[in-house]
Design a protein around this ligand. Structure first.
Ligand code: F6P
Ligand code: MG
Length: 461
């Protein structure tokens, strides 16, 4: 057996991971402290709830200090494990390798960070279910109005066109909806904390998508199409990434698959805790529907054209979604597996402690399992230092051969990339090095969110 490369570490010089651990995490915690303050400002000063909130805020300040001063990654205490249902995989890993915030594994520490934050809220009854990232998730979805309305109108128009579409047209549309879902990931909140409405618009519009086609470095869409055409199963699974615009774009792809009869069921796998700032929980989907039907969540008067068509298309879309939920064609589920530290080689019959085997078994009934976004890609590849020309089938380990049909739709926001033809990385590195104005290392092209990869595997290697 070939030995696996190491995972990326927070002290790997010049990596985006190193930058993340030293600069992005403290900012993310600071933003959480501010957003908790905004919540506290709405509360009755003397209440227990208010005081507990203040204690959580103090603990967040301490956590930020812990990160900034490079303390050891400590195990969760027995009390924390109990009150917050912390999966045992965390402490098992911590017991197996000593690490600190600035020297530990990037992926492990990042997942651990969000679990530490969650533990703080779960320690107080009245804050248990509070989502510290809700404020930023909601306001960013609000800024996505232009893209949201554009897609809603597009979807409604498509209804009449679908009846007359031949198989070639349907395949072209499939390709387009895959790209919509792919680039829906470009605007993730942990990277775009300061994006303006203009920035977001330019990332989410149709023209932007067209221009971005050349930025898809690996494109296995045709293979995924063949798989859907030939599968005996009539179900697609989405392992979700972000809420708001991204899950909205994913729903578009799901609706297209359902409307065309390519599948009969779409299952969305959401997170069970507030996670990676923007990741989608089941309640975020419910909120999204409510936002879309609310008369004042989107300020449609801001749109250049008449607001009425947009309003109608949004209503049509919400009704279609609710009908599909009612009939069970679309469902949202969650599992603690997705927020453990375990990479996806554990989606396998051999992982019997943290639901890896169960998830594997249930996904065997799926025609295609679509993994959305950057973090899922990092977990698929183990966030390891693979040479960038490594074959996809090599990097995903057991998933290459345990029968699942998988598709990763990923805009590149981290150091790990595999599957590139030889010479491509060198070319992109030198282009990035000479064109970016911030003096970033060339290899950061892969963390810029400007490039994407679409990787398929039939699980039969
Ligand atoms: O890689 C950069 C990063 O922000 C990570 O910190 C996190 O893994 C990921 O991107 C989040 O992006 P996405 O929402 O696409 O998974
Ligand atoms: Mg995310």
């Amino acid at each position: 057996v070939m030995s696996l490369p190491q995972t990326f570490k927070n002290n790997d010089k010049g990596t985006f991971g190193q930058f993340t651990a030293t600069s992005r995490w403290p900012t993310i915690i600071s933003n959480a402290i501010d957003d908790l303050q905004a919540e506290l400002d709405t509360l009755e000063g003397g209440s227990q709830h208010f005081h507990d909130g203040q204690k959580i805020q103090q603990s967040l300040v301490e956590l930020r200090k812990e990160v900034e001063t490079d303390q050891a990654i400590r195990p969760f205490t027995a009390g924390e494990i109990k009150t917050a249902d912390v999966p045992g995989s965390f402490n098992e890993h911590i017991a197996s390798v000593a690490q600190t915030w600035h020297t530990g594994g990037w992926l492990f520490c990042e997942v651990y960070l969000y679990r530490r934050i969650n533990v703080l809220f779960r320690s107080y009854a009245s804050w248990r279910e509070f989502d510290i990232f809700n404020r930023v998730k909601q306001s960013t979805f609000q800024s996505s109005m232009v893209g949201v309305v554009e897609l809603a109108v597009r979807y409604q128009k498509l209804q009449s066109q679908l009846e007359s579409a031949d198989s070639e047209a349907i395949e072209l549309l499939f390709k387009e909806f895959v790209e919509i879902s792919l680039w829906g990931n470009a605007t993730d909140l942990s990277l775009l904390t300061n994006a303006t409405l203009e920035d977001i618009k330019s990332l989410q519009g149709e023209q932007a998508r067209k221009a971005s086609e050349s930025k898809i470095l690996i494109n296995d869409t045709a293979k995924a199409w063949k798989q859907l055409q030939s599968s005996e199963h009539k179900r697609v699974d989405f392992v979700l990434d972000n809420s708001g615009f991204e899950v909205y774009a994913d729903l578009m792809l799901a609706l297209f698959l359902l409307d065309t009869g390519i599948v009969k069921e779409c299952i969305f796998h959401a997170k069970d805790i507030p996670y990676m700032v923007s990741d989608c929980m089941i309640k975020d989907f419910e909120l999204l529907l409510r936002d879309m039907e609310s008369p004042d969540f989107f300020d449609l008067k801001q749109l250049q054209h008449d607001e009425q068509p947009g309003r109608e298309s949004l209503a049509f879309l919400v009704k279609t979604l609710r009908d599909h939920i009612q009939s069970g064609c679309i469902s949202f589920v969650q599992d603690s597996f997705w927020t453990t530290d375990l990479d996806y080689t554990h989606i396998d019959p051999s992982e019997t402690k943290y639901h890896g085997a169960e998830i594997h078994k249930s996904l065997l009934d799926s025609a295609l399992v679509i993994f959305k976004g950057d973090l899922n890609y990092r977990k698929l590849t183990g966030d390891r230092k693979w040479p960038r020309t490594t074959k996809w089938e090599t990097a995903i380990g057991s998933l290459a051969s345990n029968g699942l049909k998988t598709l990763s739709l990923r805009t590149c926001k981290a150091d790990v990339v595999v599957g590139l033809p030889s010479g491509v990385d060198e070319k992109l590195c030198s282009e990035w090095e000479s064109s970016n104005k911030k003096g970033e290392p060339g290899s950061w092209w892969s963390s810029s969110g400007k490039y994407a990869v679409i990787c398929f595997c039939d699980g039969q290697n």
